[in-house]
Design a protein around this ligand. Structure first.
Ligand SMILES: *Cc1c(COP(=O)(O)O)cnc(C)c1O
Length: 375
């Protein structure tokens, strides 16, 4: 059994993908070929945002957004303490200071209460200028953007939506990647919409920022490639990856229906097992189900369950074993607010095998094994 079976997905889409690869190779246009522009139009219309701009990875997309806003030394950027490293890494790499904020016990997303407390602290200390919030759609569930927008407006902050895992999620009739002033996603193979290598994209309704992103992703180009008006990056999505993503985007809504059905089934088969919390999806929210992550009552129980499943040939993952503030790379940063829940979650969460092509038999085997392990 695979944790995320990318080969099964390839087999389901093989003729179209093979053909997209072959025609890209035959075109000889490997950088910024036609498929890139086409995909960008398709992505922006899917999300419902004016500009969709691709780049080389989700991490680069975060970097490009921060550079677009001139965020750097002396600036405070608020980041949930429970996320993938890149959410905070990109901030620190620009010379700005990530301020780690606690997360909610039920959604695992950034806590509005903790965020407001952290912003007030930074203002009171007076050393850094609060600039932006990196709101992460963890495991596919959009953050609470309604509340976050109120806080952002109150303090004059920008929202950078890190939807690396969130593409395909929604709140009401609005899709993920439409909530941030700039939103980013990742096409890393294991993300909800993955390509066959690294890739990423940014979304914004702001024309000026979109122009700047286009410049920054191509060495800070001006009127042409050899007129450079600022320092940028070499960060483009390969034509080959764009062509593959066009095929995958066509199949994406069907896959979303499949993952929702699998999540419903997991929920049903696991909900009555004592000591397990199944994922909480608030009303009107829709997850893209980047991960199906359960929470156990303590570290010992998680260890026991993971070990048992491993012996049954069932792979599981711990996303994430360390909070940002516990990472060696950030050990010079004294936390401004307590991130108790983030740290507790690192000891209690466990992600189960999950992908659109998980079979009935596999779901049965996994949930039966979990029941046995915890009896
Ligand atoms: C994967 C991920 C990223 C980085 O995306 P890459 O394409 O791997 O660079 C950023 N933030 C979050 C929350 C992620 O899960």
């Amino acid at each position: 059994m695979e944790f995320r079976d990318l080969k099964k997905q390839y087999l389901a889409l093989q003729p179209a993908i093979d053909q997209a690869i072959a025609s890209t190779v035959a075109s000889g246009r490997f950088i910024m070929g036609e498929a890139v522009q086409q995909l960008e139009t398709q992505l922006s219309s899917y999300v419902g945002v004016r500009h969709g701009l691709t780049c080389a990875s989700g991490t680069d997309a975060l970097t490009l957004a921060l550079k677009t806003w001139n965020i750097g030394p002396g600036d405070a950027v608020f980041v949930p303490d429970f996320t993938f490293f890149a959410s905070a890494e990109a901030v620190a790499a620009e010379g700005a200071t990530p301020i780690f904020v606690d997360v909610c016990a039920d959604t695992f997303n950034i806590s509005a209460t903790s965020l407001a407390e952290a912003i007030d602290r930074v203002i009171k200390e007076g050393k850094l200028t609060p600039k932006a919030i990196v709101a992460v759609d963890l495991f596919g569930l959009p953050a609470d953007y309604l509340t976050l927008r109120t806080i952002a407006d109150k303090y004059g902050l920008l929202i950078l939506e890190d939807a690396a895992q969130g593409f395909g999620g929604s709140i009401g009739n609005r899709r993920a990647c439409s909530f941030g002033d700039i939103a980013i996603t990742s096409f890393f193979p294991a993300k909800p919409l993955g390509c066959y290598g690294d890739g990423g994209a940014l979304f914004t309704n702001n024309d000026g920022w979109a122009e700047k992103i286009k410049s920054l992703r191509q060495h800070g180009k001006g009127t042409n490639k050899y007129d450079n008006v600022r320092l940028g990056l070499n960060s483009r999505l390969d034509t080959l990856q764009a062509a593959i993503l066009q095929i995958k985007l066509n199949a994406f809504n069907k896959e979303l229906t499949q993952v929702q059905a699998i999540a419903d089934q997991y929920n049903k088969l696991l909900s009555d097992i004592e000591g397990i919390h199944t994922p909480h999806i608030p009303d009107s929210f829709q997850s893209s189900w980047a991960q199906y992550t359960i929470r156990l009552s303590d570290a010992k129980q998680r260890e026991k369950l993971q070990q048992y499943l491993f012996l049954q040939g069932i792979p599981t993952m711990i996303y994430y074993p360390k909070a940002m503030s516990q990472q060696t790379a950030f050990n010079l940063l004294a936390p401004i607010v307590k991130t108790t829940m983030a740290q507790r979650l690192t000891t209690e969460v466990l992600s189960l095998p999950f992908h659109p092509y998980l079979s009935q038999e596999e779901i049965q085997a996994i949930t039966t094994a979990i029941r046995k392990a915890l009896q």
